[in-house]
Ligand binder design. Structure first.
Ligand code: F6P
Length: 323
């Protein structure tokens, strides 16, 4: 394989630049030409493609976001859009594609690689950590550290005022960010979509804390909770508790930005090299990942369709450490 392209797609994640750097440098090492595609699949449809050199990725390993920019492409859902994208690759004699993104992106990779028998390798880049076939996705560790930094600060003011804080973190339908942030931040309770936590459970947990003379409490809530947003949950709790000051913080997109952690830079670098080597070896139609510290390859269908359960040990840990 002599010519490959690379793009980032879906929500950005800290470490995408480090992965891009690794793809470009690894491909160059193997004597391949590399083309960067701007704005994800939208850019591929529009032919927004430029040649990258080793120096194109200088000094980006520490940058958050993605220098290629990203998009959640609607047009790529249509056959017409995908045909245009394929034509832009074909007309440039590009023989393989590396795509960095989350589960929606891996779904797009599956459709595209199957429809045109085109070699595609995916790199899991999403703060959600919700992709089967890898223990960690790029950006997750940084997002947890960002959320943790916020929780530490919230705890200072929560303690000073004897308040209850409901802190909402991202993760879409997955509770990975919430559980890790909750453990690291010593939250009194973590509410994740994977396990049911009723409003009565919340009240009982808070009450148990006050019985042990806790004056302030932090509840971390994942955005995909059945009970709704942090605001919804706080309002429901307020109906039962009127002698406490309750505050809400939604961390939002700060979790997506910032310099990638050391862990994410190294993970991204490893996965970038693995993706290029997979393309070279004809091991495509797959997402590269890391399982028990070894590089792994999971076909797109399995990566998308297999649920990735929360680590039960972590769920138990929160319960036990806060009892
Ligand atoms: O997929 C990453 C993520 O940050 C989710 O955690 C969140 O639900 C979503 O993206 C937000 O997407 P957007 O930036 O398009 O609002």
């Amino acid at each position: 394989m002599k010519k490959i392209a690379v793009l980032t797609s879906g929500g950005d994640a800290p470490g995408m630049n480090a992965a891009l750097r690794a793809v470009v440098r690894a491909a160059t090492y193997y004597g391949m030409e590399v083309y960067g595609v701007k704005r994800g699949f939208d850019g591929l449809i529009q032919g927004d493609i430029y040649k990258m050199k080793s120096y194109s990725v200088s000094n980006i390993i520490s940058l958050g976001g993605t220098i290629l920019k990203t998009a959640r492409s609607v047009e790529f859902h249509s056959k017409e859009g995908r045909d245009k994208a394929f034509e832009h690759l074909r007309s440039r004699d590009i023989e393989g594609l590396v795509v960095i993104g989350g589960d929606g992106t891996m779904n797009a990779c599956l459709r595209f690689s199957e429809a045109y028998s085109f070699p595609v390798v995916g790199i899991p880049g999403t703060i959600n950590n919700d992709l089967y076939g890898t223990d960690f996705t790029i950006g997750f560790d940084t997002a947890v550290n960002t959320a943790l930094d916020a929780i530490d600060k919230i705890r200072d003011t929560a303690n000073s005022h004897d308040r209850i804080f409901f802190v909402e973190v991202m993760g879409r339908d997955a509770g990975y960010i919430a559980i890790q942030t909750g453990i690291g931040g010593g939250a009194e309770l973590v509410m994740v979509p994977e396990t049911e936590t009723s409003i009565q459970d919340v009240i009982s947990t808070l009450q148990a804390g006050w019985d042990r003379s806790k004056s302030a409490s932090i509840v971390v809530t994942a955005e995909g909770n059945a009970e709704g947003s942090a605001l919804d949950i706080a309002q429901k709790v307020k109906e039962h508790i009127n002698n406490k000051d309750i505050k809400i913080t939604t961390l939002g997109h700060i979790q997506r930005g910032g310099a990638p952690s050391a862990f994410d830079r190294i993970l991204s670098s490893r996965l970038g090299l693995a993706a290029v080597e997979a393309l070279r070896n004809g091991n495509h139609g797959k997402m590269v990942g890391i399982i028990k510290d070894e590089i792994s390859y999971t076909d797109f269908k399995t990566a998308i369709e297999t649920p990735k359960p929360l680590n039960e040990e972590l769920v138990r840990l929160v319960e036990i450490l806060n009892s």
